[in-house]
Design a binder for this molecule. Sequence first.
Ligand SMILES: [Zn+2]
Length: 526
Amino acid sequence: MPRTVALLLASMTLFSADLAREGVRWWSHVQVLADDKMEGRNTGSEGHRKAAQFVSTEFERAGLKPAGTSGYIQPVEFAVRKLDEPASSLAIVRKGRVTPLVLGDDASFSLRADLAPDVDAPAVFVGFGLVVPEKGIDDLAGLDLKGKIAVFLTGGPSSIPSALKAHYSSAAERWKAMQKAGAIGLASIPNPRSMDIPWERARLARLNPMMSLADESASESRGEQFAINVNPARAEKLFAGSGHTFAEILKLADADQKLPRFPLGLNFRAHVKIDRSRVESQNVAGLRPGEDPALKNEYVIFSAHLDHLGMGEPINGDRIYNGAMDDASGVASLIEIATLMKEANAHLKRSVLFLAVTGEEKGEQGSLYFATHPTVPKSAIVADINMDMFLPLFPLKYLEVQGLAESTLGDDIRAVCAKAGVQVQADKEPDKNRFIRSDQYSFIKQGVPALAFKFGWIPGSPEEKTFQDWIKNRYHAPSDDLSQPVDKTAAAQFNRILLDLGERVANAKDRPHWKPDSFFRRFASE
Ligand SMILES: [Zn+2]
């Protein structure tokens, strides 16, 4: 064998011993964060506070400077809403006949918005309910929605590029369009084909307290008086007598056909009792200062979310939602990447900010707060590299990158992966909207280029089955805990790749920028 190959193999063997060691160290952080003692790290809980303390200590050990507003901590105030379900009710009223809906079985209130105590309003089916000016799509046009409730099926036609669809399907954009059309609320019917969490499990989460930033100026749901999620298996009763069936709607959607839009001929009548309180939670920020006289005033952010779902309805007797992969794994990677930089005595031109955020599970609230109240100048944030549930469940042969084609960061991750012998994949399930479903989106909305990641797989492979089974059985369930099989060495390899990416971006001459044809570029020019 050629000498260079022999040398390369020798260094790879050495390197794999390092990787094994680093994988164990990474896992040791996951073990602390996902321990039952942390009680699932719910936003605002004592468990979350303890976890934030642990991260502060580890950031300090990794040589990071405090970059919160109180040491490493940036406190975040939340308004809390908890549904008093026995004191609440929901019904459909058709021609004076009242049919009660069973909360949790037929439908659930969504407390993402601060709902009005009493609503009685007509319902209109608005198809996908999407307004996408770039594609000339307006599912609300020509409908009388004034004072009414817009009922929609999730998803959208395949003619809308995934980034556009992802953006306009977000809760904030949807509500903006519906409110503009005069609606006072919405009812979402998930397409069963694209539901990550089966209704049976989602229904358990409906009584968890919902939180939004106490600073109302950032609220994206102002004016939303009514919001429910409808069980698709029970949705047929909304369509009875409308001249359409839900089965027909689903069939059209699945065949990528245009959906009809029509009044449902019924009113939703809701009485909602909400217990309101306030709570404080924590973002944790640590800084590795850059060394270039000019570029050190720019910041590359590594982010991951510290919060998970806390304690909730038991599944198989377990009521602690540990969130080992979601997202103790990402926070452990923050600590690990900072530690690797320290061990290598890395000299970087730009500064690197390590950020563990709260409130992700409440709708990316902690990152929204940081991105709108950053502890460094907002215009000096050049990139967000977010790690949320990257799922190291098998060897790292493929890395799926969300946002790959959107900015020059995509070129950077390609270069880094090529060096590591890992193949890059674009988002394989763009309809799941993952690029806008974690904390990177809070930065993207401020104009900052970003990436997010999953361990990749080839469709039809055993790895795909492992991934899909995980989503089905462990995602947002108490079984996302420390007793699941995880490939620690592969996680270490992922950390190394992200470390390389961070260093490449920190040392580049130019800051990253959106590609000229990227949809997300618009936020940068605003
Ligand atoms: Zn989650």
